[in-house]
Design a binder for this molecule. Structure first.
Ligand code: SF4
Length: 426
């Protein structure tokens, strides 16, 4: 399903633009690329990266490993092992680092349901009405984001992977039995890396009798940024759009949950044509991304992105806070800064572009939105709320945390007003 030439650690030196990458960045790719999965493609290289601005270009940083993604000690040790060609010690040390990089942030393992005493390892029943399905054939991406929170899906270690097995019958039986599930999210990886006939097989399962309670099918994807011609001129374009069309005609809602990191991803003719093709099928496109230092930590970037999305017929959906995984120290921003970026972007676009919720943390309890800062009874606080909760009673209940200018995640915050616990911990 890849319509562009792919580059990985093995062949990136054959990129036509290689001479634009400074020597120290080449070394960093060789070293850091041993820990974080690295893959990009000719579309990203030719159409999205501004090579005059490398290494600070946001899409270059989104696509290529950077030295600062490892600690100086980790970097120095891997460098030594690479140059000594000590493969065994290198493999051991890389897996040691990976196991410390929190492969399953937000306690995702606890959302894995069970049927007849067997864990359904390719599913997360995350919220009452929403189940995530990780199709075995869709645990890949067209290119890899350097900040990927699902990096463990591509690390080659089965121990860290979510994925259905060859037999999806137990998953379907679980969904049939759980009538409270109204939304199925096909996720990965990127489910649109699957061959359309396999994708059709997954989608059609939820159009069958007995699945009438499933009202929406969502597909999480970054294909509009990394592989847009798959919807227009690619060899399977017709099959994909007609699958979307057929799904919509059954009366179910089909939502493409598009991951856009930066407005440049919306600027190409290929991306615009791909969005138009999807919309012509009747599918809706909702957009989401994390706010990341070095890539999109600027309100003007978010305002431009939301504005452009609305003009193209997409619905801005979420701005996420970087999760506690991977090279978090390189990308993370204080919650106070995330909120400032959100507030300034939100206030500079018109009402129809103000549909995104953010900044939101996907925690083990649910998605928590930082609504803002305030001073109440002499105490500076963050006002917050759940927009999604494992416990369906949590959403839309406001609560307060003591203000902390440096905190980057919920677990670093304390309840306001001298309380010992947050209301959802009681
Ligand atoms: S598209 Fe999503 S799953 Fe794929 S590499 Fe990027 S963040 Fe990870």
């Amino acid at each position: 399903m890849e319509d562009y030439k792919t580059y990985t650690l093995q062949n990136y030196r054959s990129l036509p633009q290689i001479s634009h990458i400074p020597d120290e960045c080449i070394e960093a790719i060789e070293i850091v690329g041993r820990v974080f999965p690295f893959k990009t493609n000719s579309y990203v290289a030719e159409r999205l990266i501004d090579w005059r601005n490398v290494p600070d270009d946001p899409i270059f940083t989104l696509s290529f490993p950077r030295r600062e993604m490892l600690t100086p000690e980790q970097y120095a040790r891997i460098r030594r092992l690479v140059y000594k060609q000590n493969k065994r010690a290198l493999t051991d040390y890389v897996s040691q680092i990976r196991s410390r990089l929190n492969p399953h942030p937000s306690d995702q393992m606890r959302n894995v349901p069970a049927a007849n005493g067997t864990r359904l390892e390719g599913m997360q029943h995350k919220y009452r009405e929403t189940a995530l399905l990780f199709p075995r054939e869709g645990q890949n991406c067209f290119a890899f984001c350097s900040y990927c929170f699902r990096w463990s899906q591509f690390s080659g270690s089965d121990e860290f992977r979510f994925s259905t097995g060859a037999d999806i019958a137990p998953y379907l039986a679980y969904v049939k039995e759980h009538r409270e599930i109204t939304d199925i999210l096909l996720t990965g990886g990127d489910p649109l890396t699957m061959n359309p006939s396999i994708l059709r097989n997954y989608i059609e399962q939820f159009l069958m009798p007995g699945m009438d309670h499933v009202r929406a099918i969502r597909i999480g994807t970054k294909s509009l940024s990394y592989n847009p011609s798959m919807f227009t001129t690619g060899r399977h374009a017709g099959a994909i759009i007609s699958l979307f069309d057929k799904t919509v005609k059954t009366g179910k809602h089909l939502s493409i949950m598009a991951h856009f990191t930066h407005p440049v991803e919306l600027s190409t003719d290929e991306a615009k044509a791909a969005i138009a093709a999807i919309r012509s099928s009747g599918a809706q496109i909702r957009t989401q991304a994390p706010v990341m230092k070095h890539i999109n930590d600027d309100p003007r970037v978010w305002a431009a992105m939301w504005q452009r999305q609305v003009e193209l017929g997409c619905v801005p959906y979420y701005m996420f806070v970087p999760r506690d995984t991977g090279a978090r120290h390189f990308f993370e921003l204080p919650l106070s800064r995330c909120h400032e970026i959100f507030r300034r972007a939100y206030s500079s676009v018109s009402g129809i572009a103000r549909t995104a919720a953010g900044p939101c943390m996907s925690t083990g309890h649910g998605k928590i939105q930082v609504l803002g800062t305030s001073e109440i009874a002499g105490e500076k606080v963050f006002a917050m709320r759940f927009v999604q909760g494992q416990n369906p009673e949590l959403p839309a209940v406001p609560f307060f945390a003591r203000y902390d200018a440096e905190a980057t995640w919920m677990d670093q915050l304390k309840p306001a007003f001298g309380e010992k616990k947050f209301f959802f911990e009681l």
